[in-house]
Design a protein around this ligand. Structure first.
Ligand code: 4NP
Length: 150
C-alpha cells in the first residue's frame, strides 16, 4: 500500500504527516510506502521548515532529511491513497483530476482542516499541529489496516 500526504508547500504539515506515518509503520514492521508533496512549487527542493523539524525532534521524529516536491499527475496512479491536509488542498487535487482523495481531519478530528502554520508567529501553534497530525495519522493507519484485513 502506498500513501501520499499533500499540503500546500510541502515544508510544514505534510512532511510531519509523512515522518509520523513512517515512524509508526516502520516500528510496526509494515511495508507501507509513505511520501508527501505540495500542491505549490515555491519550496521545491527545500528542507521542511525549522519549526516542523524542531517539533518532530521533540517527539523523536526526524524529518530533516526530507525535501519538498510538487504533486505530479502520475502520483494519482502510483499512490493508493492521497491524503489532503486541508479542504483547500483537497479542492486543488480534485481539480487536478485525483480520485480517491481522503482528508486527514476526517480521521479522528471531525473533518477539521489541519491549520496552516506557515504564517504563525514563531513556534507557537506547531505543538497543536503536531498533536493533531499524530492523532489523525494514527486513526488513518488503523482504519486502512482494518480495511485491509476485511
Ligand atoms: P505547508 O505550509 O502547506 O504546511 O507546507 C505552507 C508552506 C509555504 C506556503 C504556504 C503554506 N507558502 O505560501 O509559501
Amino acid at each position: 500500500m502506498k500513501i501520499l500526504f499533500v499540503c500546500l508547500g510541502n515544508i510544514c504539515r505534510s512532511p510531519l504527516a509523512e515522518g509520523i506515518a513512517r515512524h509508526y509503520t516502520v516500528s510496526q514492521g509494515s511495508d507501507i510506502v509513505i511520501d508527501s508533496a505540495g500542491t505549490g512549487s515555491w519550496h521545491v527542493g527545500e528542507q521542511p521548515c525549522d519549526h516542523s523539524i524542531a517539533v518532530g525532534l521533540q517527539h523523536g521524529v526526524d524529518i530533516s532529511g526530507q525535501r519538498a516536491r510538487q504533486i505530479r499527475g502520475d502520483d494519482f496512479i502510483i499512490f493508493d491513497h492521497i491524503v489532503a491536509l486541508d479542504s483547500s488542498n483537497m479542492d486543488t487535487l480534485k481539480e487536478m483530476g485525483a480520485k480517491r482523495i481522503l482528508k486527514l481531519g476526517d480521521f479522528g478530528a471531525g473533518g477539521e482542516d489541519v491549520p496552516d502554520p506557515y504564517f504563525f508567529e514563531g513556534f507557537e501553534g506547531f505543538d497543536h499541529v503536531y498533536t493533531m497530525i499524530e492523532h489523525c495519522v494514527q486513526a488513518l493507519l488503523a482504519e486502512l489496516d482494518r480495511n485491509r484485513g476485511s
